[in-house]
Structure formats: structure tokens, C-alpha cells
Design a protein around this ligand. Structure first.
Ligand code: PHE
Ligand code: NA
Length: 446
């Protein structure tokens, strides 16, 4: 059977943007920025996106596009009998870890959508949104239902196939989400205490940069948000024909993703300070601040309804890109059909997510890595270790395994004057060295 292909370059761009823009921009960006002191973190994050993220994203796309195969197969095809394919297996493991917790948080978003749909979140529940959210996520059953529902939807989209399922989904809701976020940002700025939130987000407190863990957090967030280092973008690139040009698409995707994160920050941090919530509240930050904003707004209930609907769709267009990674591999490697692969692998990820979800309540005493709970540990290993490590390998592959000519050819950079040399320098030296230094210093070696 011939491999599937995007219908058009626009289809590819939408799908890749759909993968990038998701819970990472809104839920994860705001809580990680909050935990890492705001302004200085934001600057590091932006620097990593520009100097490492976008150049490595171009590399990841180009590997898949050149090989026209999945995460493991691409390396085996481009570098037979060399160990580069190990990065493919890392990407497979990473996809399980990421969708494991991502689907749980997406399930929380679905639950919120449902509560706006039946209007019960239109007015503040007794005890406030924080208490309601706490009761919900610590319940052993109901989060598993919503998380399961989200996983079923993800599986259904992936099993209808790349072209039909994935390509169509992103066209309308991405621009709508952008418009809604901008409106929300404007409203948030009118809240009393908004300026404190802006100061937190945009005014760097340089002393934070003495802590090496902030660099790792910013690097991990840059990779997570760009869907980079796991092979999702490699797989999407593999469905793109060689006639299409990559550099402008890559820059567009990177800037768009970053724009969503910054605007989400402008929505959330003013509200955090206006409602006297600690910016260090962790993964529940968005789920306790946003309903408060909606509750104060005129027509806020309807706004909340639309917002959580779009958030669920954004999460869906990301989750399908995560499930697609092992699905593409299993289809080629074991000859499984799309339906079987999606269902079996999705079920497996769901089960991982069950552990993450129970870790919020019944198993909340369980810590795996340091004092991180189950979900925090999955997040840490996947986003702060595997993704940057994957990015490191991708950068080395394109910067060192490929010759200059091969790299320029595969990325369509051939005609791009001096920019191509800057790009190659970033990929060949800057990205690997920065990632290595950040890893070494966070384990205390440097
Ligand atoms: N980039 C997605 C988001 O921001 C999450 C994601 C991570 C998707 C890794 C694919 C791979 O929500
Ligand atoms: Na993102």
C-alpha cells in the first residue's frame, strides 16, 4: 500500500500547527512559567525557541520528508547500520509517556467543557472553582471517564487516517482560538491588579537565572510546545512531498506556537494576581484561574463554553500527532492496519494515563522522580529529558551525519543565502552545545 500524503502544503502546515498549538501553550506554559518565576523564564524560553527550537524543527521535518518513513524507519533508511535509529525508539517511548499524561489533562478540559455546556460553571460553585477542581481530579472514577472519552476521540480521528482525519480538523478552530485568546487577553488586562501579572510575566527577575533547573524547564517547555524531539514532526514531515518547501512553513509554525503561549500568559497572569492565586500553584493553575475570569465577564458563561470547546480541539489536534508516531511505526514494522494500531496503542496510552490520574488522588503519596508525583514524573522524563535529548540527536544527525550539501538539499535551504549558514551553525554547534550544557548543569556536573 502506498504511504499516505497530505493533500496540500496548507494541509501539512495546519496539521503541524495543530500539533504544536495545544495544552502546552495554555495549561503547561502558564504553570511552568509560574513555577519558574515568570519574566526571566519567558526570556529563556523565547531564546531557546529561536536559537534551538525553530532550527531543530526544520531538521526534524527534513529527516522525515527525506526518508518518507516513520521515526525508526527514517533513520534506518538514511543511515543504514548506524545507531541513529535509537532516537526513533526513544521517540516511541516518549510518545507513550506524553500522551499518557496529556490525555488526562485533556480529559479535565473536556469535563470543564461539559460543565459549561450544562451551565453549572456559569456561576461560582460553593467553595469556589479551586475546590470543585480539587474534588474532581482526586475522585478515582470520574476523571478516568473523561480521559477515556478523550482517548476514544483521539483514536477515532487517527484511525480515519492522516489525510481525512487530521488535515481537516485544524482549519477553522485555530484562527477562532487565536481571536478568542486575544479578546480574553484584552479583558484580562482590565482586571484590577492586572499590572502585577504583567510585571510578573514580562519583567525578568535575573536572580532566577542562577538556578540551573530554570534553564532545563525553559528548554523542556520550548521542545514540548513545538512538539519537537519525539518524532511527531518527523512523521508529519514524512507525509509531505519533496516538491514543497520547508523553511517558511517551519518559521511560521514556530512563531505561531510562541504567539499562542505569550497571549495565553497575558490572559492568565493578570487573573492570577487579580484573584490572589499563587503563580506557583502548579498544573491546576489554568483550571482555577480561567473560570474565575469567565465568571466576572459579561456573557462569561458562553465565553467559557467556547473557550473550553476550542481548548479540547487544540488538545485533540496535538494528541493525534502523538498517537500517529507509534501508529506509523507499527503499521510499517508489523504490518498492522491503521485501525488495529490506533486502538491497541491508544488503549495502552490510556492505561498509562490511569496511573497518572490516580496519582492526583488515591496514589498521591507515590513519588517517582524526586518529589514529583506520577504525572509530574512522566512529564519530567518526557519533556525535560527525552525531548531535548531527541533534539540533540536530530541536531547531530543533520549537522554532522549529513554533509553540508545534503543538509541544504533536504531542508530546501540551498537558495537561502547567508541564512542557511546561520541555520547550519545553530544546528551543528549551538543546539548540541546548549542542550549538553543544560543537561550537565542540571545533574550538577557543570
Ligand atoms: N506541542 C503540543 C502542545 O503544546 C504537545 C505535544 C508535545 C505534541 C510533544 C506532540 C509532541 O500542546
Ligand atoms: Na505548543
Amino acid at each position: 500500500m502506498a504511504r499516505e500524503k497530505w493533500q496540500s502544503k496548507l494541509g501539512f502546515m495546519l496539521a503541524a500547527m495543530g500539533s504544536a498549538v495545544g495544552l502546552g501553550n495554555i495549561w503547561r506554559f502558564s504553570y511552568v512559567a509560574g513555577e519558574n518565576g515568570g519574566g526571566a523564564f519567558l526570556l529563556l524560553y523565547l531564546a531557546f525557541v529561536l536559537l534551538i527550537g525553530i532550527p531543530v524543527l526544520l531538521s526534524e521535518f527534513s529527516i522525515g520528508r527525506e526518508a518518507q518513513s516513520d521515526v525508526v524507519g527514517s533513520y534506518q533508511k538514511l543511515a543504514p547500520k548506524k545507531p541513529w535509529f535509537i532516537q526513533g525508539y526513544m521517540g516511541l517511548i516518549c510518545s507513550f509517556l506524553i500522551l499518557g499524561f496529556y490525555s488526562v489533562v485533556a480529559g479535565w478540559s473536556l469535563y470543564y467543557f461539559w460543565n459549561y455546556l450544562n451551565t453549572s460553571f456559569f456561576t461560582m460553585p460553593d467553595g469556589g472553582y479551586e475546590a470543585v477542581f480539587g474534588t474532581f481530579i482526586t475522585n478515582p472514577v470520574s476523571p478516568l471517564f473523561w480521559h477515556g472519552l478523550f482517548m476514544v476521540i483521539t483514536i477515532l480521528v487517527v484511525l480515519t487516517g492522516v489525510k481525512d482525519g487530521i488535515e481537516r480538523a485544524s482549519k477553522i478552530f485555530m484562527p477562532t482560538l487565536a481571536v478568542l485568546l486575544i479578546l480574553l487577553a484584552v479583558y484580562s488586562l482590565t482586571l484590577e491588579g492586572a499590572s502585577e501579572g504583567l510585571t510578573f510575566l514580562f519583567q525578568p527577575d535575573w536572580s532566577i537565572l542562577e538556578d540551573p533547573s530554570v534553564y532545563l524547564a525553559a528548554l523542556g517547555q520550548a521542545f514540548f510546545s513545538l512538539s519537537l524531539g519525539m518524532g511527531g514532526m518527523l512523521t508529519y514531515g514524512s507525509y509531505l512531498s519533496k516538491d514543497e518547501s520547508l523553511p517558511s512553513a517551519t518559521v511560521g509554525i514556530g512563531l505561531m506556537d510562541t504567539f499562542f503561549a505569550v497571549i495565553a500568559g497575558v490572559v492568565i497572569f493578570p487573573a492570577v494576581f487579580a484573584f490572589n492565586i499563587s503563580p506557583e500553584s502548579g498544573p491546576n493553575l489554568v483550571f482555577i484561574t480561567l473560570p474565575g475570569v469567565f465568571e466576572q465577564m459579561p456573557f462569561g458563561g458562553v465565553v467559557g463554553l467556547v473557550f473550553f470547546f476550542l481548548l479540547c480541539l487544540a488538545a485533540l489536534s496535538s494528541s493525534i500527532s502523538i498517537l500517529e508516531v507509534p501508529v506509523a511505526y507499527f503499521m510499517r514494522r508489523f504490518g498492522w492496519g491503521r485501525t488495529l494500531s490506533s486502538a491497541v496503542l491508544g488503549l495502552f496510552m490510556y492505561l498509562l494515563g490511569v496511573a497518572a490520574s490516580l496519582g492526583m488522588g488515591r496514589w498521591s503519596d507515590v513519588t517517582i522522580i524526586g518529589d514529583r508525583d506520577i504525572m509530574g514524573s512522566m512529564e519530567f522524563v518526557a519533556s525535560d529529558v527525552f525531548l531535548p535529548l531527541g533534539g540533540l540527536v536530530i541536531a547531530l544527525f543533520v549537522g554532522w551525519h549529513w554533509s553540508k550539501e545534503e543538509a541544504f538539499e533536504a531542508t530546501d535551504m540551498g537558495s537561502l543565502g547567508p541564512i542557511r549558514h546561520i541555520w547550519r551553525f545553530l544546528v551543528k554547534f549551538v543546539a548540541p552545545v546548549c542542550i549538553a550544557i543544560i543537561f550537565l548543569s542540571s545533574v550538577g556536573i557543570l
